[in-house]
Design a protein around this ligand. Structure first.
Ligand code: NAP
Ligand code: F7E
Length: 324
């Protein structure tokens, strides 16, 4: 009988799925990941980390309960990480029903699949600071009331409460990580940090002249995805399941984040940044600032990467990609 631990990750092709796979493989896990049917290549992140052939891919979709049950059965996973989502807030106003199906009902499908196929498995739900939305406290922690401001936030709130409810109803080891924004060189190009670092690299290389952004007064608590996946794993190693805020405890405007990126290549945003109404949202989350005190005290987790280190790492990675 093998002692190898087995994990199943939904959203394995996403930013966090790739870093979490890498972490679990390093720890000796057998890693299984849900691969949703797409016509284009979605494996580039696993490839960049050199683990494309080490992750065992299982066909499935969050909106298809039967595929989730089969994946849990065949993987024999004792840890299930639900990271799959339509995760771009802007798109959630264009596709609110899809976002609700994938991010809300999809999470319920995974919870049901765990309950049916292996109720002893430890479950992680990728909750989000977007649930705080119109913030009800200057610094948000696990006790701060929620006030989502987008269809994405609303769908994620359903998934969060479903996780709490399955823990309380069925005594499942179901934890919810309320993660604040986390970024990396593997971040999707539509999110503001990567949009900025990619544009800065292109401008430096003479491939682009301007960078068009929306609300640069918005403030976010940004950390490094590689640090944050460790917190996910730590949650599932605890004797009891719980909810944790994962954040840096610092907040920065989009404007100041841009300055870091441009400064790194000896340029100034004043010469390239254009404000474009097109990128403003119907309802904005003006500021987010998380208190990671509980995660520090109970999980022994703390962020290791500063925003300056994160953004310069991303600019350097985009420069390398573009000059390859
Ligand atoms: P991401 O890069 O957008 O990855 C999303 C993943 O979900 C992709 O693998 C995608 O597959 C998959 N997916 C989408 N629809 C699916 C479906 N119907 N069935 C199965 N899989 C599906 O997101 P991320 O940044 O890694 O974030 C991971 C999770 O944490 C998400 O749930 C996100 O909402 C949440 N979160 C993120 C942050 C953050 O700052 N990054 C903060 C808090 C919470 P394809 O590659 O095939 O599209
Ligand atoms: O926007 C402002 C925008 O799209 C950050 C997701 O991972 O984190 C992410 O959601 C801020 C917002 O991330 C542009 O209005 C200005 O205030 O990078 P973002 P997000 O919406 O905070 C949370 C925690 C998640 O859970 C989500 O899955 O930047 N902003 N100008 C812009 N944003 C974008 N994308 N593009 C712009 O041009």
């Amino acid at each position: 009988m093998s002692n190898t631990r087995s994990a199943l990750i939904t959203g394995v092709t996403g930013q966090d799925g790739a870093y979490l796979s890498q972490l679990l493989l390093e720890k000796g896990y057998e890693v299984h990941g849900i691969l949703a049917r797409r016509s284009s290549d979605t494996l580039w992140r696993l490839r960049e980390l050199g683990i494309e052939n080490e992750v065992r891919l299982v066909d499935g979709d969050l909106t298809d309960l039967s595929s989730m049950i089969r994946a849990i059965e065949t993987s024999k996973a004792t840890e299930v990480y639900n990271l799959g989502a339509q995760s771009f807030v802007g798109t959630s106003w264009q596709q609110p029903l899809l976002t609700a199906q994938v991010d809300g009902v999809g999470a319920l499908n995974v919870l049901e699949a765990v309950r049916i196929a292996n109720p002893e498995a430890h479950f992680y739900q990728a909750s989000t600071s977007e649930m705080f939305g119109l913030i009800q406290a200057e610094m948000q922690d696990e006790k701060t009331p929620f006030y989502p401001r987008s269809p994405y936030g609303v769908a994620k709130l359903m998934a969060h409460w479903a996780t709490v409810n399955y823990r309380e109803s069925f005594k499942m080891h179901a934890s919810s990580g309320i993660l604040f924004n986390h970024e990396s060189p593997l971040r999707g190009i539509e999110f503001v940090t990567r949009k900025v670092t990619d544009a800065v690299a292109r401008i430096k290389l003479g491939q682009q002249r301007e960078l068009r952004l929306g609300n640069i007064d918005a403030k976010r608590d940004w950390g490094f995805a590689g640090d944050y996946v460790e917190a996910m794993w730590l949650m599932l190693q605890q004797p009891t399941a719980d909810d944790y805020v994962v954040a840096t405890g610092l907040t920065t405007t989009v404007r100041d984040m841009c300055h870091i990126a441009f400064r790194h290549v000896g340029l100034s945003p004043d010469d390239h940044l254009v404000i474009d109404e097109k990128f403003f949202r119907p309802a904005e989350v003006d500021v987010l600032l998380g208190n990671p005190g509980k995660a520090k005290a109970k999980l022994g987790w703390s962020p290791k990467t500063s925003l300056e280190q994160l953004i310069t790492m991303m600019v350097d990675a985009d420069m390398r990609r573009l000059t390859k």
